[in-house]
Ligand binder design. Sequence first.
Ligand SMILES: CC(C)(COP(=O)(O)OP(=O)(O)OC[C@H]1O[C@@H](n2cnc3c(N)ncnc32)[C@H](O)[C@@H]1OP(=O)(O)O)[C@@H](O)C(=O)NCCC(=O)NCCS
Length: 150
Amino acid sequence: MSCPPDFLRLGEEDLDALAALAESIVDFPWSRGQFADSLAAGHALLGCKAAGSLLGFAVTMQVLDEVELLDIGVARSHQGQGLGRALLQRAMAAAMAKGAQRMLLEVRASNAPAIGLYENLGFRQIGQRRDYYPATTGREDALIYDKELA
Ligand SMILES: CC(C)(COP(=O)(O)OP(=O)(O)OC[C@H]1O[C@@H](n2cnc3c(N)ncnc32)[C@H](O)[C@@H]1OP(=O)(O)O)[C@@H](O)C(=O)NCCC(=O)NCCS
């Protein structure tokens, strides 16, 4: 992986790069305003940069002993090199350090790379929400996954 072990908390100064990265990797990305709201709400925005450029991010929201993965993404040029796994492992470790015992997430039923990442890390499907997401044609189900962290 060309990304050095430089995983860091993202802030206001990263919002433009976050929005640009999200827009370049998914059809329905978070906007800059959504990332800003998330930051203002106190969510954890973890990023990985190389040579000052943002390569990946993971956003989590923790309430007591539960943490939800709200978004995760890796630049297309760096996908398939272990960066998504590293980001998610670090997000889980950070949440555990703050007392989280369980992580939850939702994913589009068609998102095979993300589902592969989650199942690879031991997440299991616990539910399904029909027609939850807008899709390029019609709507798409959300799959709900969880993992015990403790
Ligand atoms: C999902 C995503 C973050 C994965 O990041 P990544 O850095 O490419 O993933 P990694 O290289 O760390 O792969 C870790 C594991 O995920 C799984 N995986 C990764 N890419 C996959 C693919 N295309 N198909 C199936 N499984 C895949 C594999 O199990 C892989 O382990 P392996 O390499 O030992 O086989 C990345 O594809 C991405 O940014 N997608 C667009 C944004 C997105 O959909 N986010 C999820 C929102 S819920």
